[in-house]
Ligand binder design. Structure first.
Ligand code: AMP
Ligand code: FES
Ligand code: ZN
Length: 295
């Protein structure tokens, strides 16, 4: 690991990843030992490794898989298989599976093509559905916190994009922890200090079987292009990504970077009359409006 000037054998690498995760949990005060954690697992290396690490550390961590019904390359089916395989090897943890089509009548690509949002790609509808369902299950099943597998490369790409476009509203909210708010579960990203290849190495050494393919709709996404650019930067200056993100998070937590949004009271929210989740929209929330048919 050039950026850390550190070289470890397989056993010590695993130990290092587990210890560093515990350090992040403590540094950002993500959760304590007594909390019930719900890990959102996609079947990819990051979220399955996160679940593995939290169980390794002795946390009470269950999983949530959201079946989006993406049939291209059997993406959702294969992802589910990987998650089920992991869960069956960890009987101490419970897995919740939400099947979007079974629950709401349409898969993510189906609802996205009906509402025609997002220029022919289902990604924005998909993000909306995932956020809603993650929040719903976390609260309904009485979990204290929702954990996602976002790694350093994911966070850096988002930070880069938000900085490039000076989206201060998004910048103000980008952090390893999003505190609980009325109707919104607490959200944490315990792997945010690991490079993607470190997490991949963890999964490989631990023998975690995961889906290697990206979502078929992610092809050509802006964030993938930003990741390529940032990898070139990292190649020339090892540690650049780490510094860019962690110095930002540090400066934010010590209020050395401030945005106009910081002082503002959050926009007026009311519970959606159908699902009860908070929304700024008048009437139904954006999620519930997806399922309103106009015929
Ligand atoms: P992505 O937005 O695909 O980069 O995924 C970011 C994180 O969201 C992953 O690390 C998972 O924790 C979670 N996630 C993504 N897709 C799913 C899914 N289908 N079911 C549950 N969690 C997911
Ligand atoms: Fe949702 Fe790709 S469109 S994961
Ligand atoms: Zn709603």
């Amino acid at each position: 690991m050039r950026h850390h000037k550190l070289a470890l054998c397989a056993d010590h690498f695993i130990e290092w990843v587990v210890q560093q995760t515990q350090r992040s949990i403590e540094k950002y005060e993500m959760f304590s030992r007594d909390k019930r954690i719900l890990v959102a697992v996609s079947g990819g290396k990051d979220s399955l490794s996160l679940w593995d690490i939290l169980l390794e550390l002795g946390y009470k961590a269950d999983g949530l898989y959201i079946d989006l019904g993406i049939e291209n390359n059997d993406y959702s089916e294969t992802s589910l298989e990987k998650v089920l395989q992991f869960a069956s090897a960890h009987p101490e943890a419970h897995l919740h599976v939400v099947d979007v089509k079974a629950l709401y009548g349409e898969s993510v690509p189906e609802v996205a093509s009906r509402v025609r949002r997002g220029k022919g790609k289902p990604c924005s509808v998909c993000g909306l559905i995932k956020r809603h369902e993650m929040n719903r299950v976390t609260l309904e099943e009485g979990y204290d916190v929702l954990a996602t597998g976002h790694n350093l490369d994911d966070e850096v790409a988002v930070l880069f994009s938000n900085t490039l476009h000076w989206q201060t509203g998004y910048l103000a909210r980008q952090a390893p922890v999003l505190p609980e708010a009325s109707g919104l579960a607490r959200k944490v990203k315990p792997l945010c200090r690991f490079y993607e290849r470190e997490v991949a190495a963890y999964a490989l050494v631990k023998g975690i079987d995961y889906i290697h393919d990206e979502c078929p709709f992610a092809v050509g996404a802006k964030t993938i292009y930003y990741k390529t650019l940032l990898n070139q930067l990292e190649e020339r200056s090892p540690g650049a990504k780490h510094q860019f993100y962690l110095n930002y998070v540090d400066a934010r937590s010590h209020q050395r970077i401030r945005f106009a949004e910081d002082g503002e009271s959050p926009p007026e929210m009311h519970p959606c009359p159908r699902c009860g989740q908070p929304t700024t929209a008048p009437g139904l929330c954006a999620f519930c409006r997806l399922w309103e048919r106009k015929e």
